[in-house]
Design a protein around this ligand. Structure first.
Ligand code: NAD
Length: 488
């Protein structure tokens, strides 16, 4: 069991089934965002640490890639059972290092379990294709093979789900893996590694190297890494994508977002407001599928009034307390950055109809910021264009759905978008024209499940094959074609 008390030593890397001290003496504090209590220290590992992990993964790969697919899947079933048996403990670890509410964290663990469930289907997922008779007496077959060693780099906001987007499917497909978790939420990754070994995976199939950009660069530059799976902010995603490509690696880089929710005049206003409140302020707005911009279609003052009232009644506090929805942001620096955005919104002429800064005085210990809502935001304003990743919501006013869709088109991001309406014609127009990869119809967080691709567009994704679903299988496998003549 991973120790998470204040007196813990520095976290260790997990290499070849052993807990190994980093070669680096540099560390960073891991804190509970609700209290700023120190939970552990994370090593800022070096490229030497990466070399050790990749060597271990490369060695393990020799046997793992030849391990029969059903056998690999059977070990994953065991892993699923262990994760499931420890569901509550894992959720508490998420709350402790990330700050989100227990309910959200419990749901996150569930999403992670679903990724393992999907990966357990590897024997079917990895099937190839055949065609008898591509010419006289000639047949063609396609087989799937693993890539080798894959590197995964993950963000702070889903310390359970995002690593599980990656390594269960990667190893089910016969790859071995080196994970670099977020240095702000590294504790859970060690617990995932412990349970991985307990499930019976051979040593070296999963390795964890803690740290920051040196580890990222070490993975990208390493000659024995075949592919990089990345999830994080837009500038880093673009950097990782370009650099990985320049090193000849297969790469998928999931990036930032600005998700618009369009509220039509015929929508169920109360339900729409509930969904938006939960989407915008749950996890303190730190979700890549969070609603950060609402397009209010028509002169809909009752909706704006209902939204503000619900924001006024939000329960804010430590994620371990029941009924809490609005939890702290990850670090005080992140809150300071958000406060600058709020100032910018005011400077650029948006109307602040709910000022969440007042709650900061009431909850001094943690990195709290109350629900903040700007009205009459225009697409040109900084707060409409940039991802704040915080509990700040912008309301844009549109005369009709066409104008709302135009706002979505103008955004450089294209992760998600939602429409609230009962009008079938509007639904179809939205489905056909909304310029984003994951759409919701009367759904606040239209995140896809593990058997579908997590399908961001534009600057929300760099690469070709998304995580999860068949895309994920394609990403973690390469194809071999056999053409055979039988009249020889
Ligand atoms: P981040 O970009 O700061 O960090 C992500 C990872 O990149 C971390 O492991 C970090 O150590 C590493 N990193 C950071 N700076 C680096 C640098 N200069 N060079 C090399 N590596 C670096 O992201 P974050 O703040 O941890 O996570 C939040 C971001 O992730 C948001 O932008 C959010 O939208 C995005 N996100 C996107 C998705 C998606 O599916 N599109 C899902 C979750 C999170």
């Amino acid at each position: 069991m991973t120790v998470i008390k204040k007196d813990v030593a520095v976290l260790k890397n997990y290499i070849n089934g052993n807990w190994v001290e980093s070669r680096s003496s540099q560390t960073m504090k891991v804190i509970n965002p609700a209290t700023n209590e120190e939970l552990a220290r994370v090593p800022i590992s070096t490229k030497e640490d990466v070399d050790l992990a990749v060597k271990s993964a490369e060695e393990a790969s020799k046997i793992w890639k030849k391990t029969p697919v059903p056998k690999r899947a059977r070990i994953l079933y065991k892993y699923h059972t262990l994760l499931s048996d420890n569901h509550e403990e894992l959720a508490k670890l998420v709350v402790q290092e990330n700050g989100k509410s227990y309910k959200e964290a419990y749901g996150e663990v569930q999403r992670g379990l679903e990724c393992v469930e999907f990966a357990c289907g590897a024997p079917t997922l990895m099937m190839g294709e055949t065609l008898s008779g591509i010419a006289e007496e000639i047949d063609s077959e396609m087989f799937r093979y693993p890539l080798g060693v894959v590197g995964g780099i993950t963000p702070f906001n889903f310390p359970m789900m995002v690593p599980l987007w990656m390594f269960p499917l990667a190893v089910a497909c016969g790859n071995t893996f080196v994970l670099k978790p977020s240095e702000r939420t590294p504790i859970l990754a060690n617990r995932l590694a412990e349970l991985f070994t307990e499930a019976g995976f051979p040593h070296g199939v999963l390795n964890v190297v803690h740290g920051a950009h040196d580890v990222v660069n070490g993975l990208i530059e390493h000659k024995d890494i075949s592919a990089i799976s990345f999830v994080g902010s837009q500038p880093v995603a673009k950097y990782v994508y370009e650099k990985s490509a320049s090193y000849g690696k297969r790469v998928q880089a999931l990036s930032g977002a600005k998700n618009h929710h369009v509220v039509m005049p015929d929508a169920d206003m109360d339900k729409a407001a509930d969904h938006i409140i939960s989407s915008a302020f749950g996890s303190a707005g730190q979700r890549c599928m969070a609603c950060s911009a609402v397009v209010v279609v028509g002169d809909n003052e009752p909706f704006v009034h209902a939204l503000k009232k619900k924001a006024d009644n939000l329960c804010i506090g430590n994620g371990m307390e029941e009924e809490v929805l609005l939890t702290p942001v990850i670090r005080s620096e992140h809150r300071d950055r958000t406060l600058k955005y709020i100032e910018k919104g005011l400077e650029e002429g948006a109307s602040l109809i709910r000022d969440g800064r007042k709650e900061m005085d009431e909850l001094k210990e943690g990195n709290f910021l109350g629900a903040t809502i700007f009205d009459y935001v225009t697409p040109e304003m900084t707060i409409a264009k940039e991802e704040m990743f915080a509990p700040v919501l912008s309301l844009l006013r549109a005369k009709d759905l066409d104008e709302g869709l135009e706002f979505i088109r103008k955004s450089r991001f294209g992760n998600g978008a939602t429409l609230y309406t009962k009008d079938a014609k509007a639904v179809r127009q939205f489905r056909e024209e909304a310029d984003a990869g994951m759409l919701g119809i009367n759904v606040g967080v239209p995140a896809t499940m593990a058997f579908f691709p997590f399908s961001g567009w534009k600057d929300s994704f760099y690469g070709d094959m998304h995580v999860n679903g068949k895309d994920g299988v394609n990403f973690f496998t390469r194809k071999k074609m056999i053409t055979s003549r039988f009249d020889f």
